[in-house]
Design a binder for this molecule. Structure first.
Ligand code: PLP
Length: 439
């Protein structure tokens, strides 16, 4: 038996895979990965795949990155873990300092967890509790955008508007207000992306006018709603939303779990709108794709609303692995790479090369809404047949490419290290896979 098939049958015995109808694995085989190097993953039979989606959007500087590996090996011999309640350690201090600095200390208080959904839960709880500590306990409702995705725990699902993840648990979920998305593809005849943003904001203002005394926060994915199929929108929406939140006393939660850490071109996506939220959620890329780590950054104002003699006014939320030293150290090594390699600037040049390489695809007659921001590319397949996404995924694997379309939207979200050769491989094979799947 070849190693791939052996691993597959063993995995199907005891591992329940995420985001999967397990019966589909009767026809769609698992891909057993034995090791990774740079932008490449290698399966148990030695076949390679270019990681075009950064292993579910987490990897920034490649697999087995020597600098992150070295930092982790060093940390491993010092301290693998200690509880963060009542204790502290160098990696969590340095990481909090560095991140606070990146927001010019506007978001100077970092609260840690381990995964993205937990960071969203924390922001929701903190927002409500902060208003309640400030004498406004009626502010307990939340607002999210149509097509929003903020994670899949019960609380995070309340602000997630993706039917396939949400509907099965409808009876368990506290509903949030859903407002229209500023998705630039929804432009009416003659409208610009900024017009769509203004139209979407008008709806938020209407809701705030009626209910802001009941609303704690609005949560958004700045610039790009990723999980619904990479809906990109104008930064003006965020600028106007910040002003509305100030006017009506509603917290703004920026979920930068997917779009943060340089993905959209700036370190934080919010920077492109020249705003800071009241809560910023980070995860995914923050540890370079190495270890589970998430955090919520917030303002001094929110922090002060909890600072009190009375323990019940404190934020008593905790996770066992909160602020894990190894994960924080991976994040520090990741931030060092950003600085030492001027990553935002080099990504700009790299994105221009990728754009050029993707030009034939962008002009393909079956491609519409070709769009790009920073290190994210997406396009929609015109008149795709049923099963487009799984057929594309399977064909891509055959051509040494890991890509997983969402519905009829193909997206590329590669790590920030592609060489010219790898860019050519990505662009050429994406086009060729697309053409084969569209016949
Ligand atoms: C992935 C993601 C989450 C959830 O993070 P997990 O670590 O998967 O729980 C939340 N929000 C956004 C925008 C995401 O992309």
């Amino acid at each position: 038996m070849k190693s791939n098939s052996l691993w597959i049958s063993r995995s199907l015995q005891n591992v329940w895979h995420p985001c999967t109808q397990m019966q589909h694995h009767e026809t769609m085989p698992l891909v057993p990965i034995s090791h990774g190097r740079g932008a490449w993953l290698f399966d148990a039979d030695g076949k390679r795949y270019l990681d075009g989606i950064s292993s579910w959007w987490v990897n920034l500087f490649g697999h087995a990155n020597s600098r992150i590996n070295a930092a982790l090996k060093d940390q491993l011999d010092k301290l693998e873990h200690v509880m963060l309640a009542g204790f502290t350690h160098e990696p969590v201090i340095s990481l909090s300092e560095k991140l606070a600095e990146k927001t010019q200390h506007q978001l100077g208080h970092c609260f840690f967890a381990s995964d993205g959904a937990s960071a969203v839960e924390i922001a929701l709880k903190m927002s409500f509790h902060s208003w309640s500590n400030s004498g406004l306990p009626d502010k307990k409702e939340f607002v999210c955008l149509q097509g929003s995705y903020h994670g899949e725990t019960i609380g995070a699902l309340a602000v997630t508007d993706v039917a396939i993840f949400r509907d099965a648990y409808g009876p368990l979920i506290n509903s949030a207000h859903v407002v229209i998305s500023p998705d630039a593809r929804q432009a009416l005849e003659g409208e610009t992306a900024q017009d769509v943003a203004r139209r979407a904001i008008a709806e938020v203002e209407k809701l705030f006018e009626q209910r802001s005394d009941k609303i704690a926060a609005i949560i958004v994915e700045p610039l790009i709603q990723c999980a619904i199929g990479f809906a990109m929108y104008d930064a003006l929406y965020l600028t106007l939303l910040r002003a509305l939140c100030d006017k009506y006393q509603v917290h703004l939660i920026a979920d930068e779990i997917a779009v943060g850490c340089g993905r959209t071109g700036s370190f934080f996506a919010c920077e492109q709108a020249s705003i800071w939220p009241d809560f910023m959620c980070l995860s995914k890329g923050i540890s370079g794709g190495y270890l589970p780590l998430s955090l919520v950054m917030t303002t001094d104002k929110v922090y002060q609303s909890f600072y009190h003699q009375d323990i019940r006014r404190g934020f008593l939320h905790s996770h066992s692995y909160t602020g894990n030293p190894l994960a924080c150290r991976a994040a520090l090594a990741t931030l060092e790479i950003f600085q030492e390699d001027s990553v935002l600037a080099t990504n700009c040049a790299r994105a221009a090369k990728i754009n050029a390489a993707l030009a034939p695809l962008a002009q393909h007659e079956k491609v519409k809404n070709f769009r790009q921001r920073g290190m994210i590319w997406a396009f929609d397949a015109v008149d795709a047949k049923a099963g487009f996404s799984s057929r594309f995924f399977t064909q891509a694997l055959k051509q040494e490419l890991l890509l997983r379309p969402i519905g009829n939207t193909v997206y590329l979200m590669p790590p920030y290290i592609l060489s010219d050769e790898e860019i050519a491989h990505l662009a050429h094979n994406t086009l060729s896979v697309f053409e084969q799947v569209m016949v």
